[in-house]
Design a binder for this molecule. Structure first.
Ligand code: GTP
Ligand code: ZN
Length: 202
């Protein structure tokens, strides 16, 4: 837990205290962008921006592995692929702090226990709500599931658009970055890898 921790409730009620130096930093950025931080429409902006960033980065306040602590062991011998696909997410790139918007597919091959399916999306959001690069986000989600569910295989594929490429810099809209992390059976067995990629729609 960092010294600037804020709960979800505080974020929702807009109660998060924003220290003066944080507000000053945002005023400096507004001035640097070419506007006047003292004009009326921008007076409350430093607090809003700071609170928005606390929300975008809420993942720093959790260990995503906690979502995998409740498992179901009576699965009727189910040992085939479990896949959650088209999970929308938002993150921010660590280079420009610009939005990364995309969707993820997360699959695993259970041994004798499964997790509530929503928890896979919770793990994704726990890592996405931080400053990220897509490669690390993909690897962190896969490794968390691998370590805490001990499945025979994990496959994570993320397809996302980076605002730092669409809204600035090379300014190339419509570009998607695709990353994947395969572990266990999905890494070692070509047939399993093909099957999971096909179920994911690739
Ligand atoms: N590998 C990877 N690169 C990313 C990601 N998000 C943003 N980038 C890239 O990070 C790079 C940073 O490059 P720099 O040359 O240091 O920064 P820059 O001058 O702003 O680069 P341009 O975006 O090309 O204008 C850029 O090429 C971005 O496209 C990501 O998730 N993974
Ligand atoms: Zn970027």
């Amino acid at each position: 837990m960092n010294k600037f921790a804020a709960s979800d409730e505080d974020l929702e009620s807009g109660k998060v205290h924003v220290p003066d130096d944080v507000q000053d930093a945002i005023r400096t950025l507004i001035a640097w962008s070419g506007d006047d931080p003292a004009r009326e429409g921008l007076l409350d902006t430093p607090k809003r921006v700071a609170r928005a960033w606390k929300e975008y980065c809420q993942g720093y306040q959790e260990d995503p592995a906690v979502h995998l602590s409740r498992v179901f062991e009576e699965v009727g011998g189910y040992e085939e692929i479990v896949l959650l696909k088209d999970i929308p997410f938002q993150s921010h790139c660590e280079h420009h702090m610009a939005p990364i918007i995309g969707k993820a597919a997360i699959a695993y091959l259970p041994t004798n226990r499964v997790v509530g399916i929503s928890k896979l999306a919770r793990v994704l959001h726990g890592y996405a709500r931080r400053l990220q690069i897509q490669e690390r986000l993909t690897a962190e989600v896969a490794e968390c599931i691998w370590e805490h569910l001990e499945p025979r295989g994990v496959a994570v594929v993320i397809d996302a658009s980076h605002a730092c490429m669409t809204a600035r810099g090379v300014r190339t809209p419509g570009v998607g970055m695709v990353t994947s992390r395969m572990m266990g059976t999905f890494l070692e067995d070509q047939r399993s890898r093909k099957e999971v990629l096909s179920l994911m729609g690739y």
